[in-house]
Design a protein around this ligand. Sequence first.
Ligand code: ATR
Length: 285
Amino acid sequence: MSEVLRAGVMGWPVSHSLSPALHGHWLQRYGIAGTYEAFPVEPDELPSVIARLRDEGFRGTNLTVPHKESAMALVDTIDDTARRIGAANTLVVQDDGTLAATNTDAYGLIENIRADAPEQLAAKFSGRPLVILGAGGAARAALVGLADIGATEIRIVNRTLARAEALAGIVADQDLVVRAMGWEDRARALADAGLLVNTTTLGMQGQAPLELDLGTLPADAVVNDIVYAPLETGLLAAARQRGNPAVDGLGMLLHQARAGFRAWFGIDPEVDDDLRNAVLAARAQ
Ligand code: ATR
């Protein structure tokens, strides 16, 4: 009997997820006998659904809102990345039947920047301070990713200063200084920075614009917005206009998916224009 490898994404709601289009594109491209579907799972059902994963032929699953934190209590092992981020977005059924949780967002953020600004990443942005706008779940992933590439100073700038301060402790390391700064200090935070990452919802379709004067940002600093609707945010347009290398947010979604696909289906899939176009077409529907 030939086995169909199953994976998917679980959320509540989940109908807007782009992950089925993304993984479906790869399954087809690599000719894998597998499926990747979106499963609406109510919070109350999550424990029983996760308990049945292996018996129902799943290699694993992605998790989205509201399951990323609660799932961590339902697995056998949690890796260091998910533990520090405080959330899991990928579960993998191991060969011995146990269930492992990880978080691929930090990997996705870094690999996306590597794809568009490889030299700057290799040079650790010239050793200059790295700036994260925001202090939510996406900021936690960015912080872990940037700490792991060997940043020496990270500035977390957030409207609610206490949230930025709470984040600073998750990557405690004697070689890394993490500074929490208030929103009114954002122009000051950009001075001498090597990278700026927006993880707030500002600039997203239907949200308020991100009001940020880039005047103090060095002209060679890389600017990455994790917002990808619209693809070209006001921040990225302003960055490009003054000559800063700009990295859009769609790539983070695409690259974070590589890690799950690799773990479930055994192939490290490629992120290219065909994939981007397939996912953009799914978003437009
Ligand atoms: P996620 O988990 O997806 O990152 P989140 O936890 O809702 O989302 O975080 C959204 C981020 O956008 C937060 O940093 C939030 O700032 P607060 O911590 O002060 O709430 C930021 N944000 C949202 N609206 C904002 C606004 N109008 N001005 C400044 N920051 C804003």
